[in-house]
Design a protein around this ligand. Structure first.
Ligand code: SF4
Ligand code: SF4
Length: 197
């Protein structure tokens, strides 16, 4: 079990990293003129897996800050999300189900939401540890807005990934070699309970 004090320090650092991601996102979205206001889509139905213990634990810190009844409701919704997504995946379909933390269009753990919730939307790229570059064009609305631009602004996520990887290493420590790789949807993270490190 990790010391509570060192865990708190890491969570503080993660919170700062999240703020930096948001600022970088807002700058890029502002340059493009992208806003989610009035969008006919809702990205909270996107199906994503997440890969770090530190984000998983921080999400649970957020959940635990909610009243007990709300916590039970979110976990119950998450279980239903997992059940429905497994049915769809077994049929070969990609799930598009509302995130269990979205309540009437609002994220109920906004401060604790995971990295991808903060970066989705604008064109972005990152360089992987093996040197390969990956790039994403942004959401459909962003692609429409960028279609008339000669060169669309691109958010480079490499530093954010590096920052997150370094926090993950500090969070998991020596267990990095033995713990299974995280590959969970947000709903699965809620259903499984906080990670045991
Ligand atoms: S990120 Fe794009 S698709 Fe998603 S809600 Fe915002 S504008 Fe719409
Ligand atoms: S955590 Fe929040 S922002 Fe992310 S998908 Fe769920 S409701 Fe949407």
């Amino acid at each position: 079990m990790q010391e509570e004090s060192s865990k708190s320090i890491l969570f503080e650092k993660l919170s700062r990293l999240y703020s930096e991601m948001e600022e970088a996102y807002d700058r890029t979205a502002g340059n493009i003129g992208l806003s989610c206001r009035g969008c006919p889509d809702n990205c909270c139905t996107s199906y994503f897996q997440h890969h770090t213990y530190v984000e998983w634990a921080y999400l649970w810190k957020g959940l635990r800050s909610c009243p007990n009844e709300k916590q039970r409701e979110f976990v119950h919704r998450a279980a239903e999300y997992v059940r429905q997504s497994q049915v769809l995946l077994a049929r070969g379909a990609k799930p598009r189900i509302m995130c269990p933390l979205n309540d009437n269009g609002l994220c109920r753990l906004y401060k604790y939401r995971v990295m991808i919730c903060r970066m989705h939307g604008v064109p972005n790229s990152f360089v992987m540890p093996d040197g390969k570059k990956r790039a994403f064009p942004g959401c459909f609305r962003c692609q429409e807005l960028c279609s008339h631009l000669e060169e669309a602004p691109v958010l480079d996520r490499t530093d954010s990934y590096r920052g997150l990887a370094s926090l993950e290493m500090a969070f998991v420590g020596q267990k990095m070699k033995t713990l299974p790789r995280v590959n969970l949807t947000l709903a699965e993270m809620l259903v499984q309970g906080p990670p045991e490190i």
